[in-house]
Design a protein around this ligand. Structure first.
Ligand code: ATP
Ligand code: MG
Length: 268
């Protein structure tokens, strides 16, 4: 027999909203959590909070658009997804070229339009538009990009939601200059720069937050080696190096970790 309890169970566990928040999807972009390793992260998070409040409170700006821009692997996608979930808005949507793989230009434009139209139906909405360059199919050779997607994004980033509704757009990108040349930078109320980790202290902060990585003795050694060192590495790359070091189970893993960090710095 099927009873009410089964429907409730299905609603809570099996049915994913076609419309609105899919929390699992957002969580998947923040797979390793958010480590506040330094001022650059605090700055981005503060700006994000400010813009969430602006979206909720301001009558004059029902549409707030921000761009998080920074080097590859610096953590842009995770921070954008994190800020979106902090908003707790009832409609949250994540647009990425990954889920539009193989779509024609036209299909992409229609999908984007649909997402924004749905967002306009909710009182408070937040749309993340990840990796603008990929959505635009930008290639430095040529250079080429999809003008259709560009024009669609420009229009969507400009169209305010209907009266009484609010929309926050959080986009991410790697190459600020390219967006500037395409005239897309001007579409944003605020462009926030996210930097890589630049000092050994940032790296130590991450190492201290991650459990079962290095033992106390190893940490002491790393602190001595890293505390006044200059580095240049994105959080995603660092987490990768840590994961590799964690797999090795020998006495050389600390030095290997340091060598790889060094190699990473010199390769950029
Ligand atoms: P890409 O250039 O490939 O698009 P990205 O800059 O978007 O990379 P993410 O995909 O966001 O980087 O990867 C960041 C990873 O680091 C995520 O797994 C996230 O959980 C983790 N992370 C930990 N702390 C932070 C932080 N302070 N900011 C961002 N990401 C963090
Ligand atoms: Mg990304």
């Amino acid at each position: 027999k099927v009873c009410r309890g089964d429907f409730v169970h299905a609603l809570e566990n099996d049915i994913k909203p076609a419309f609105g928040v899919s929390k699992d999807e957002f969580d998947s972009y923040i797979s390793n959590g958010i480590i506040v390793w330094g001022q650059p992260v605090t700055d981005v998070l503060e700006e994000g909070q400010l813009r969430i409040r602006q979206t909720i409170k301001s009558e004059m700006t029902p549409l707030v658009t921000i761009l998080i821009e920074g080097p590859p692997n610096s953590g842009k996608t995770a921070l954008a997804a994190h800020i979106a979930t902090l908003s707790k808005f009832p409609y949250l949507k994540f647009c990425t070229a990954q889920t539009m793989l193989g779509y024609s230009e036209l299909a992409k434009c229609q999908q984007l339009k649909k997402i924004f139209e749905d967002a306009h139906k909710s009182a408070l909405s937040c749309v993340v538009v990840d990796e603008l360059e990929s959505l635009l199919e930008y290639a430095p050779v040529g250079p080429r990009y999809s003008n259709n997607v560009l024009q669609t994004l420009k229009l969507l980033f400009k169209r305010p939601p209907p009266k009484g509704r609010k929309l926050l757009v959080i986009a991410t990108a790697t190459y600020r200059d390219i967006l500037d040349q395409l005239g897309l930078l001007a579409s944003f109320s605020k462009v926030i720069h996210l930097s890589n980790m630049s000092s050994g202290k940032h790296v130590l902060h991450v190492l201290n937050e991650i459990e079962h990585c290095f033992n106390d003795e190893e940490m002491k050694y790393l602190e001595k080696k890293l505390h006044d060192k200059k580095v240049w590495i994105g959080i995603k790359s660092l987490l990768d190096l840590i994961e590799v070091a964690r797999q090795a189970d020998d006495s050389a893993r600390v030095t290997r970790f340091l060598t790889q960090l060094e190699e990473y710095n010199s390769s950029i």
